[in-house]
Design a binder for this molecule. Structure first.
Ligand SMILES: Nc1nc2c(ncn2[C@@H]2O[C@H](COP(=O)(O)OP(=O)(O)OP(=O)(O)O)[C@@H](O)[C@H]2O)c(=O)[nH]1
Length: 669
């Protein structure tokens, strides 16, 4: 290998500035895996030195400043110059303090602040879940009191006013509560009688307490290797919303994964935790994990130098070149501190860790100079990236069906073709709307069986009260036992009024809708806060008010940059204007479209949908345009038939003529 730079560093994905925002994607692109560009950079030859670790302010005043030459580890030519620096010996680390941090997502974590013997920075471990403890934090310190221990966070269980001991044993004895059986299942360990007996608890926080070893890490075997993310500080990406890198998103994603619920008792063979009954407000524990947060801003060159590098990038250099032109290594990070922190937190050993990274150098580096940290064999490859959005959307196209409405030309009309959306995670899925005729219900059920595979249909979400969006709920609830059907309270109220309109539905679709659809007890539950969660991803029902009826919602799926819009947006078919004859109603619909547009979704899935239509955001404007045009033509038309012909001429490509005819008649009713 010819003169490779001595400090060539791990490949870092080049990022455009700013990252382009994609819009109007087709549904086939919806299986998103946000893996970043993994291009490696061409080798660049540059001076073989690194900058001072922390540049002194006065150095900036010296215009003749020459970078100080600090030799780095000689290159191993077989490694293509892309190895992170390994310290010959692991640093010594010491956890000074730990505190519980409730987060805005509802999950809490324990922030651990570390000191070490190689730099004077405050490196952090962000610990999720109750099972992982720091040995150096928990070790007794000479002369300290129980209060001192609690102040620095070396306690077990939950702090509360008046607590006098850092240990649960002491509190148990004071409360006259017997020690728990050591053989209790994992939920029993977490939420056992002692935890519940400790009064009064200001939070739902609880920590592992086993007999006699309450200060030891006790990460349950059932959970597999603990999740670990090694993250380098990035002020720009994490705090000031920079789009130059994905550091903030990666940090969020790591936290999300570590907050996912732990395996349930049912999925844990042999666990006796199935006997555990959750108390009201009691949360299942998260699977937990550790984010090691290293204070090596800008890949180790510091914020000031990174900002200079950004300017060089704007002048046309890539990320690696920019660093080298500033006489910094392409990557000045090292990970020995991470290895040492993880060992202090009881990670490693035969069990290994599950490292969340796309950076193969981290794998090598985190194992430590003498493989102090063992990674499971199958993890030791660049392919071990596990983060990235894990949701996908599948669409079911229901063809147009005849409706018992005669069109002005004497032919029978057709009801619009409709699309259903299935959003799935790794093991469960959410169906949006259900269609309405019995035959459609059976076909959807068959499609779901095929598409779900081993996944469970956990939820059906109904966008609004029109019967053609939910009459198959009773059928699907029977076919997919355990599925929960949810909607907004306003939509449920609307559904009740649709049941009362059985005569209309029976006339236009005779003998096609199951009688069960018209039961007065509708098996749909109102959503709390109009939100629900699919495998850690929040899906939100947004009630925009009036569109083709009142109280219509769209389901916002931010992780997929998608809005499933029910009847707020139409795609290539005529709009149901029957419930919007007045200008005020038309304006209200346009306002609803504006509200949807403010969410800036890249993918917009309309229910009523011409086959082959693309699910882009442009459908919002197309719907707005139709409403305006329909209103204008309604003013010009002399009767329903005249309006029908005018709209047909304006939109010859749109289908669904029965709906158009009904809309025109309503305009002149
Ligand atoms: N010098 C420099 N640093 C950057 C640039 N963009 C991001 N960074 C820094 O790169 C670091 C990101 O490192 P990590 O979070 O460990 O991520 P990674 O090395 O991409 O690896 P994985 O995310 O684990 O796959 C942070 O310290 C950022 O500040 C850049 O253009 N120049």
């Amino acid at each position: 290998m010819p003169d490779f730079p001595a400090h060539a560093s791990p490949a870092f994905p080049a990022v455009a500035s700013p990252r382009p925002q994609r819009r109007d994607r087709s549904v086939s692109e919806l299986h998103l895996d946000h893996k970043r560009d993994q291009r490696t950079h061409p080798p660049l030859v540059s001076p073989a030195f690194t900058p001072p670790h922390t540049p002194f302010p006065e150095e900036d005043l010296r215009h003749d400043r020459q970078p100080r030459s600090v030799p780095v580890e000689p290159l191993d030519h077989d490694t293509h110059g892309e190895q992170a620096r390994l310290l010959p010996k692991l640093p010594e680390v010491h956890c000074e303090v730990r505190a519980r941090i409730p987060t805005t997502t509802g999950q809490e974590m324990f922030l651990h602040l570390y000191h070490n013997n190689v730099d004077d920075k405050e490196h952090l471990a962000i610990v999720f879940g109750p099972h992982i403890r720091s040995k150096s934090l928990d070790a007794p310190r000479p002369g300290e009191t129980e209060r001192d221990r609690m102040i620095r966070g070396a306690y077990v269980g939950t702090l509360y006013p008046g607590r006098t001991s850092s240990r649960l044993d002491q509190i148990r004895r004071d409360a006259g509560v017997p020690s728990p059986r050591p053989s209790a299942g994992f939920l029993g360990q977490l939420n056992g009688p002692v935890q519940q007996a400790i009064p009064p608890s200001p939070s739902a926080s609880s920590e592992a307490s086993t007999d006699g070893s309450e200060f030891e890490s006790s990460y349950p075997l059932e959970f597999g290797p603990p999740l670990v993310r090694i993250h380098s500080e990035c002020y720009t990406g994490e705090t000031v919303w920079s789009a130059r890198c994905d550091c903030g998103e990666q940090l969020d994603e790591a936290a999300r994964l570590m907050s996912l619920p732990a395996p349930t008792p049912a999925s844990t063979p042999g666990s006796d935790a199935g006997e555990h009954q959750l108390l009201p407000n009691e949360r299942l524990p998260s699977c937990g994990g550790v984010i090691v947060y290293l204070r090596q801003e800008g890949r180790g060159i510091g914020l000031k130098e990174k900002l200079k590098a950004y300017n060089l990038q704007d002048l046309g250099h890539d990320t690696m070149e920019a660093n080298l032109l500033l006489r910094h290594p392409g990557d000045a990070r090292s990970y020995g501190l991470a290895t040492a922190l993880l060992l202090d937190l009881g990670m490693g050993g035969d069990r290994g860790i599950k490292l969340l990274t796309n950076n193969p150098e981290k794998v090598r580096a985190v194992e430590g100079p003498n493989r102090e940290q063992q990674l499971p064999k199958e993890q030791a490859s660049p392919a071990m990236s596990t983060y990235g959005v894990q949701l996908r959307a599948d669409l079911y196209n229901a063809p147009a069906i005849p409706i018992n409405i005669t069109l002005p030309d004497g032919t029978l009309g057709m009801w619009q073709p409709t699309v259903l959306t299935l959003i799935s995670g790794q093991t469960s899925a959410v169906l949006v709307d259900t269609l309405f005729t019995h035959d459609q219900g059976v076909a959807i059920g068959d499609w779901l069986d095929e598409t779900l595979g081993n996944k469970t249909l956990s939820t059906i979400y109904i966008t609004h009260g029109h019967g053609d969006h939910w009459f198959n709920v009773p059928y699907l609830v029977t076919r997919f036992p355990g599925v929960e059907v949810v909607s907004t309270q306003e939509s449920i109220d609307h559904m009740e009024s649709q049941v009362a309109e059985k005569a209309f539905w029976d006339t236009v679709f005779p003998n096609q809708i199951d009688a069960a659809a018209f039961n007065t007890t509708i098996p749909v539950k109102p959503l709390l806060d109009n939100k629900f969660v699919l495998e850690g991803y929040t899906l939100e029902a947004i009630n925009v008010g009036h569109s083709d009826t009142d109280n219509t919602t769209f389901l916002h799926v931010p992780a997929l940059d998608t809005a499933v819009t029910g009847d707020i947006v139409y795609n290539g078919v005529h709009l149901w204007m029957t419930e919007s004859p007045t200008q005020a109603e038309k304006d209200a619909w346009i306002k609803s479209l504006d509200e949807l547009e403010a969410f800036n979704p890249g993918v917009v899935i309309a229910s009523h949908h011409k086959p082959g239509g693309v699910d882009g955001a442009f459908n919002i404007e197309a719907t707005r345009d139709y409403i305006r045009k329909f209103g204008q033509l309604a003013k010009e038309a002399t009767n329903a038939k005249d309006l029908y012909e005018k709209v047909l001429a304006a939109y010859p490509e749109r289908i669904g003529l029965a709906v158009l005819w009904l809309s025109c008649m309503a305009q002149f009713a």
